[in-house]
Write a new protein. Structure first.
Length: 212
């Protein structure tokens, strides 16, 4: 491969990454529509453990763990932003970011998988939706890694070599004071909680409608 071909490939890949990042919300929205359109699992007519109830039992701890992880991340990264392009004033490597590089993407995945179990119950239909979400979030995380490496260079590489991308380590590390308290970070992300509440209500309504 010639140098010119390599440069062209890098430019094409960079443009694709930029488009994917910019429209990530729309892509996740399409996945959400596909999930809502799928036939839901139904609650039993009397109290018993079926695939629907089992789905609820899996979804609830996923929601709670994802919410805590999201708030912990928001405590250390400053103002809440939903930019269409990548931007970073500084590389955050403390707090939860000293244990895992992509807590927000892991949190998003947890919420999405929780919605899948809530809607579809414990069934094989969970598999394709889960794989699609996990693959998409991994791709976004890789795009962010390349952006941060290009911007922060050796500082990022040193941090990345000691910090897993998706599965946190629990080595004892120095503690750092977050920029804001747990509840300040929680309420700063209120639009996210309202959106998640809306999604849950839609999925539960789908179960009710299927009874009619």
């Amino acid at each position: 491969m010639t140098e010119r071909s390599r440069d062209k490939g890098v430019v094409v890949n960079s443009k694709f990454s930029a488009v994917l990042y910019r429209f990530r919300g729309y892509i996740l929205g399409l996945l959400a529509v596909a999930l809502v359109a799928a036939p839901p699992s139904l609650l039993p007519k009397r109290f018993e453990l079926d695939e629907c109830v089992a789905g609820f039992l899996i979804a609830i701890p996923l929601f709670l763990a994802s919410a805590v992880l999201r708030v912990r991340a928001r405590q250390f990264i400053g103002e809440h932003t939903r930019g269409k392009v990548h931007d970073a004033d500084k590389l955050v490597t403390v707090g939860v970011y000293s244990r895992i590089r992509h807590p927000l993407y892991v949190s998003n995945t947890g919420f999405a998988v929780g919605f899948t179990f809530l809607h579809l119950g414990v069934s094989l239909w969970v598999v394709p939706f889960t794989l699609a979400v996990v693959l998409f979030e991994v791709v976004l995380a890789r795009i962010e890694d390349r952006f941060l490496e290009n911007k922060f260079g050796e500082t990022w590489r040193k941090w990345a070599s000691a910090t897993p991308a998706f599965f946190p380590h629990f080595i004892k590390l120095p503690s750092y004071r977050p920029q804001r308290s747990f509840w300040q970070a929680f309420f700063a992300d209120r639009s996210t909680w309202l959106w998640l509440l809306f999604c849950n209500l839609v999925l539960i309504l789908r179960k009710v409608v299927f009874y009619v």
